[in-house]
Design a protein around this ligand. Structure first.
Ligand SMILES: Cc1ncc(COP(=O)(O)O)c(C=O)c1O
Length: 399
């Protein structure tokens, strides 16, 4: 232990630098975890240095940080995995994991309907690393089985697709993956561990963008990867540390704070989404509504097989008449749901996939994917559902 600085024997410009960084007994018991905004942790002498490194203790921010560890512990529990790692964003989590586990010549078998930027990582980043990416629609499991080769190392999907809300059969996909000696990697962002825990259904790796529902307050970016094998996380963590993709302490702190109310928010958001989906389905101007709670959903039975109460999600999508002017007026008339190029906040937001996530996809291909110029994707918040339904209904009067 170092002796304290003597204020009498050193100059002010030195002395004040060595004050205010310690409070009595750092072993305080704060009611909630403080934010460890420090790039490094001091070590007293070389023995201490050796001990800290031998114990994999806290050294440098990019290697380990208490706020990331605290958040990882909670995510691991929620996803029922062995270990998690925390990243600067959902994309950081996805890219680092793929880069850690794949080598040139390996193959990823990827659901065709995934988040646009994950698709771009597959196409632009993985291909540069010599990893081949093969796409199929995961609704047809026979097609998935046929596409597997001896080079397939990862089968990649989201639990429900954006924006068409198609459900991936995690149980069967896990069987196919393991039969082929591959790992199933699942993005749980749209469903969250409050709705489904893919690791318990056979998945090997789960990714969450913490920027969305798990934080829930639209004020921080982060990502998490959780695995059933702790050793995989150690490998992924090593790559993260080298590539600089770990999350920063303040975002991790904010996300953990947000996560503490997720058990109150997310089930309410899921219920609200189901209520809004059922109400909008009755509107004659809306030609279709996609939500797993609807009996009209083509995979309604799968939704109930994956979850006893039906798979939940705070996301739905609707098909309005294809009149751009009227869609704009409809958006103007909504009091609550604002256009936002994100999702997952406590306030309802919406996006227009043709102009946001799929602008570069040719119209005929988009339509084949179920994405039309009249489609809106809605992320439902915690508002009173009656208020939301009334607001959407009054805005629908423009059609
Ligand atoms: C399903 C899904 N996965 C991953 C991401 C990426 O997350 P982030 O923006 O935190 O990098 C997003 C972002 O919208 C997403 O929708």
């Amino acid at each position: 232990m170092k002796s304290p600085v003597s204020k009498e024997t050193v100059s002010q410009e030195t002395a004040y630098l060595y004050m205010g960084d310690r409070v009595e007994g750092m072993g305080l018991k704060p009611e909630t975890i403080p934010c460890f905004l420090t790039t490094a942790f001091n070590m007293d002498n070389l023995e201490d240095v050796q001990q800290v490194y031998a114990d994999h203790g806290y050294t440098y921010i990019r290697t380990r940080n208490p706020n990331r560890d605290a958040l990882a512990e909670v995510i691991t529990y929620l996803e029922q995995g062995e270990k998690s790692d925390i990243f600067s964003s959902g994309m950081g989590a996805i890219t680092t994991t793929l880069m850690s586990l794949l080598q040139p010549g390996d193959q990823i078998l990827c659901n065709r309907y995934i988040y646009g930027e994950t698709f771009n990582v597959m196409d632009e980043v993985m291909s540069k690393l010599g990893v081949q990416v093969v796409y199929t629609g995961f609704e047809d499991l026979e097609e998935v089985r046929r596409a597997v080769t001896e080079k397939t190392r990862i089968i990649y999907t989201e639990v429900i697709s954006n924006p068409t809300i198609r459900i991936a059969d995690i149980e069967r996909l896990a069987e196919i993956s393991h039969g082929a000696g591959a790992r199933l990697m699942v993005d749980n962002t749209f469903t969250t561990p409050f709705s489904i825990k893919p690791l318990t259904l056979g998945a090997d790796i789960v990714v969450n963008s913490l920027t969305k529902y798990l934080n829930g307050h639209s004020d921080a970016t982060g990502g998490a990867v959780t695995c059933r094998e702790a050793e995989l996380i150690d490998r992924i963590h090593h790559t993260a540390m080298l590539c600089g993709t770990p999350g920063d302490p303040f975002s991790s702190w904010l996300i953990l704070r947000g996560l503490h109310t997720a058990a109150l928010r997310i089930p309410r958001q899921i219920e609200n989404a189901a209520a809004l989906a059922h109400a909008l389905e009755k509107n004659p101007q809306i030609s279709g509504v996609n939500h797993p709670s609807l009996e009209s959903h083509p995979q309604w039975e799968l939704s109930y097989r994956l979850h006893p109460g039906g798979l939940g999600s705070p996301i739905l999508s609707i098909y309005l008449p294809e009149d751009e002017g009227k869609i704009s007026r409809f958006m103007d008339r909504l009091h609550f749901a604002k256009y936002a190029p994100t999702l997952g906040g406590i306030r309802t937001s919406l996006s227009h996939p043709v102009t946001s996530s799929h602008p570069n996809v040719p119209d005929n291909i988009r339509r084949a994917m179920g994405i039309t110029p009249g489609m809106l994707r809605i992320s439902v918040g915690t508002e009173n559902p009656e208020d939301l339904i009334r607001d959407f209904e009054q805005a629908m009067e423009v059609f």
